[in-house]
Ligand binder design. Sequence first.
Ligand SMILES: Cc1ncc(C[n+]2csc(CCOP(=O)(O)OP(=O)(O)O)c2C)c(N)n1
Length: 277
Amino acid sequence: MPLPAEERARLKRIAFEIRQQIVDVTAWSGGAHIGGALSMTDILTILYFKYLNIEPAQPDWPDRDRFVLSKGHGGVGHAVALAHRGYFPKEDLREFNATGSKLGMHLDSRKAVGVDVSTGSMGHGLSQAVGLALAARVLRKNWRTYCIVGDGESNEGSIWEAAMAAHHYKLANLTAFCDRNHMMIDGLTEEVMGLEPLAAKWTAFGWQVRSVNGHDFDELADAVEFALANADGPVMIIADTVKGKGVDFMENDPAWHYGGLGGELLAKARASLERMA
Ligand SMILES: Cc1ncc(C[n+]2csc(CCOP(=O)(O)OP(=O)(O)O)c2C)c(N)n1
């Protein structure tokens, strides 16, 4: 079902602001994993501004939904989303990745407010999400666990061990997204280590799979609603996205996996986001 027009417009506005801030923080910090942060911005937006049952003023609220950024190198996007949701002042983002800062390139749950799990070593986050989902069952809690996995990250064998466990334990309280931007650090996923047929792989591992446009809030919402209504087991939402989404000179260029925005590049990136908004 389509989202109400006002809600779609609200989410689009927030995603635009988050992308602008990701660009700013990348410039301030000297460099960040910007391509993959921009590709997953709409997923982060719909989670943090529609679905996650959280209390930013009470980050340790025991009944909160959990979120794991398995592709932890996207910390710049996660940090910006957390600041926008009110976990800490946006001003703190000026210190992103500075020595001694609470906000490192890969976010540390002991330092960054609102981060449930430290990630960055790829392939581990989905297993941790499985653990959190199992914990909710053992504790008889209703909170849900959400996780974003990278497509390049899916080369890690541990992702598929987690996939097997989630199906084995029928974790219907676990919803994962694959940020399917078709690129990784050093090129196209299908050239480095082919993943296709990806949806069929997750289905074969026992997950219910939804394939959506990862920049379309209506499609993302439909898929999450499906997961919320589903009691049979874990759901994988394969979100087709564009690496560098919104910044014309970054889009679909693997060279922008990580980069800085010195000189004129910051103004160019901001102008591109304005044009594409
Ligand atoms: C275990 C491990 N190996 C290597 C890396 C280095 N690394 C960081 S990002 C990346 C590629 C990730 O690709 P993908 O998951 O598709 O991320 P995205 O394109 O969405 O940024 C690699 C190999 C790492 N962080 N962890």
